[in-house]
Design a protein around this ligand. Sequence first.
Ligand SMILES: O=C(O)CCC(=O)C(=O)O
Length: 329
Amino acid sequence: MRETFKNQELEARFQKDGYVEVPFLKPEEVEMLKKYYFDTLEESGGRLGPEDEKYQSDAEITYDFTFIDKNSDYKQQVFDMITKSFESRVDHYLADYKPIIANFIRKKEDGGEVPLHQNWAFADEHKCATVSIWCPLVDSNKENGTLEVVPGSHKRFGEVRGPMIKSELFGIQQEIIDRHMVPVETKAGNSVILDDSIIHYSSPNQTDGLRLAIQLILIPKEENSIHFHMDLSKDRSTVEVLEVDKDFYMKFNPWKKPSEEIKRVRSFKYEPFDMTIEEFEAKMSQPRFDDLSVKSQSAEVLDHNTEPIEVRARQTSFWSKLKSKLTKA
Ligand SMILES: O=C(O)CCC(=O)C(=O)O
């Protein structure tokens, strides 16, 4: 496995827990980035939403998040500012990583829950880890909705993750939150560097103060970035693997089908399935999906000219559930 951290002690902690907490920005840098956020906010184009693509969804997004901003010039400006400000610390901690997505994440007072999730897959996780640097610009705690994680849950669940692919944890989110989530309370300017496959969550900001954080997603420099796409209007059990780069995400709309011009490198059969809390808990002590002894859910290629290969077929009530969540208007 390619290493993620230059420092062996951080690497060992990251491999064990799926995240580490490190000092990151100086107080004056925190203040500068906070000021930058508010000074440029008027350039934001507002949030994209499912309704822009004529979808109805009951999953309302209640936090501000650069990734879904309608103005791609604003997103680019934010990306440039964050990557420049983080560059020397990224090089200090990480073993040759390049940034692909940068976000400010703001929870206003009394809102902004980020549902339990794993970040999408951004590169081949059998070869490497992709990371998010999560850096709060205010002291973060349970009350203002700090980041919470399930320690050790990285690379065990959701091997195939993308915006149109339902997570096997969908039906047990609340049980995982109640039983396994650990808040990471940290000071402004510290960072939590997490494996993008770790299960994480953040609760609403229940204070009347600001909860503003930065997320920078990075992949190893030598890796191509990938994006798993399932076309829900076609075959609902085939995942296409798109080869993408940071510009793809700059213009990305999670509710829009990626252009046919984007290179498809392969596809494979994948049947979304549901997991019970008992299965979840048992899996926490089993080998990770990047362990060579574990059968991969994403490694078997489905050539467009051949018959589908059944990789995993589990009976699921997924489509009936999804229909009630997401319906074309
Ligand atoms: O800022 C938050 O509360 C959530 C952050 C998050 O989900 C992430 O960094 O992946």
